[in-house]
Design a protein. Structure first.
Length: 364
């Protein structure tokens, strides 16, 4: 393969492939991916929804700026979201209502018409977000990969990065190859700080957190595939119809080391118990489980921008559980910043503050 590039992106999840697709329009770009296929650890395990009221302020701005791309590409299938506030979650309910756009409080009775399983007396409040949707994650990811290849990008799978050295340009040891480029984009997901350490960078404190999912049967005789995504405002459980089943998650965020994640049985059991406390429905069996990694820094906001050393090392990590829904806007923003261009105005118009996501905020 060609060994000299303008930009090398490390990681072929949604963050890496989307920014690489944009950058390949103007630069020679390679993606180095340690697994046999792109999106193995997080992107490929996501049950993502478009939730414009979910996440910290920078994510809200990026997600809302991404709507046009999602709609024009046919990536969304409308699905409402209903959040319940049981007793003890008054503070979380007040916070949600303070940051929301387009949501409305509805009666608990009205919520039950949308989600008939809701147990009497569980919810003190119910909030409807009618602007949410399921995201076709595979279509989104594969479309970016196709665009990347069409623009001449080179994808190297089974190519874990084991060494990074700056000697005029960055020399990247990936698998059995050494690639060269003046710019490195660290889009390595849960391994973002590991990659940064190879480049001699100070870690930003990226913490992978496990999210567990269970697939359970839906109630027989119910048209449950048209039900909304539901959960509590305190994020202790959520449930979503998918592929003729119900996905139930304890909404866990257990700190772990970067690894091939798996569901934790005890955590799943606790989450299913919380789900059953909210519904009149007994989960009699779990058909399948899986786990994924969602990676955060301490303030919960992404880390996007050139390193303070000004040596061509670009951070693109820490998307947390919002990487899919924010990717169309975040990739355009990151590509502009890599090129030293002005950030897209439509993204900034949503209220994004670049300083809140800059790696320079860790400079001390």
């Amino acid at each position: 393969m060609t060994k000299n590039f303008d930009i090398i992106v490390i990681g072929a999840g949604i963050a890496g492939t989307s920014v690489a697709a944009h950058l390949a329009e103007t630069h020679r770009v390679a993606i180095c991916e340690m697994e046999e296929r792109p999106g193995f650890h997080t992107t490929g395990r996501s049950a993502a929804a478009y939730e414009p009221n979910y996440g910290p302020p920078p994510i809200l701005a990026l997600t809302r700026a991404a709507l046009g791309h999602f709609q024009s590409g046919g990536y969304l299938t409308p699905r409402e979201t209903v959040f319940f506030a049981p007793e003890g979650q008054e503070a979380e309910f007040a916070h949600l209502m303070s940051i929301q756009k387009g949501m409305e409080e509805i009666s608990v009775a009205a919520a039950r018409t949308k989600f008939p399983l809701l147990r009497e007396g569980y919810a003190k409040h119910a909030v409807l977000d009618a602007g949410t949707a399921d995201i076709d994650v595979d279509l989104l990811h594969q479309t970016y990969l196709k665009l990347f290849r069409q623009r001449g990008g080179v994808l190297a799978c089974s190519s874990p990065v084991t060494a990074l050295e700056k000697n005029g340009v960055w020399k990247v040891r990936a698998g059995q190859e050494t690639l060269n480029a003046p710019i490195i984009v660290d889009a390595a997901g849960a391994w973002g700080d590991v990659v940064a350490g190879l480049a001699g960078k100070t870690a930003v404190g990226l913490q992978p957190k496990r999210r567990s999912m269970a697939v359970v049967p839906g109630p027989e005789g119910s048209d449950f595939m048209n039900w909304p995504l539901v959960g509590d405002v305190g994020e202790t459980w959520y449930c979503k119809p998918q592929s003729g089943k119900l996905l139930v998650s304890p909404a866990d965020a257990t700190p772990v080391d970067p690894h091939d994640a798996y569901a934790d049985d005890m955590t799943l059991a606790e989450g299913i118990d919380r789900f059953q406390n909210a519904v009149d429905y007994e989960v009699t069996r779990v058909e399948r489980t899986w786990g994924g990694l969602r990676s955060f820094v301490a303030d919960g906001k992404p880390v996007v921008g050139y390193d303070k050393a000004e040596d061509g090392f670009f951070w693109l990590i820490g998307q947390g559980g919002y990487g899919i829904q924010s990717s169309p806007a975040l990739s355009r923003l990151a590509a502009a910043l890599v090129r030293h261009e002005a950030p897209p105005s439509d993204i900034m118009d949503e209220g994004l503050v670049l300083g809140e996501i800059s790696p320079h905020r860790f400079a001390g």
